[in-house]
Design a protein around this ligand. Sequence first.
Ligand SMILES: [Fe+2]
Length: 275
Amino acid sequence: MPPIELKKLSENVGVEVLGVDVDRLLNDSELPSACLEALEQNGVLLFRDLHLDDATQATFCKKLGKLVQFPLYPDPNVMEISFDPDNPNAEYFASNDYWHIDGFMDEIPAKASIMSAHVVTDEGGETEFASTYVAYDSLSGAEKERYTDLQVVHSFETVQRLTYSNPTPEQLAEWDRRGSRVHPLVWVHKSGRRSLVFGSAASHIVGMDVDEGRALLKDLEQRATTPDRVLSHTWSVGEMVIWDNTGLVHRARPFDRSKPRRMHRSTLVGEESIK
Ligand SMILES: [Fe+2]
């Protein structure tokens, strides 16, 4: 098999992987490592026209690494992201509209996410990606120095308050149960690369005035996600996208939630804590 052929999707993040059909996806033994390498370099991989069912998606994803289990779904390797009333997590998907990393509350966040489009909307519902490596690299030298030792408190409540501004006591209790976590602002990866850790769960900075810390986090997010730094992907049915959850933030764009939109996501278990 030839090495994978890549086509750039935007200046800072994302490539389309060309020449991979379902047969090659399942049978090219060199493809998984080539994909993981391309993912590290490019952040997002797009495959068009695959139309994978859940079992096939899981078979391929297991070649990339261990999969997070979602026991509430028929195939626990695959979570459906939709606002269908019978979706057990529908209540929490509204927060996907804000910049985030998946598994921000985990000690070791997910390594990567793999998502296939099953039903898409005519308008809206794009997924946007921005590199947190570029976010770090674009800081001034003085900023890099100042941020080196900063620690950020992330919490489930911070995310959910963006959607539910007047929570019920039950919601507050559930959010509280899911807790909070402190991560460094600058993630020094095993590879030696550095990225910024921010997003909708970031509440405040340890040891800094709360409002001042929030303003700093907001400023970093805004600078990292200006349109020129964002890959906005408009989905077609049958596409599969893999994103590096350790070096990106992502979000969904709004759409008419009375219309169906169904994305099937698998998640690679994380291998590296944020430090
Ligand atoms: Fe997400």
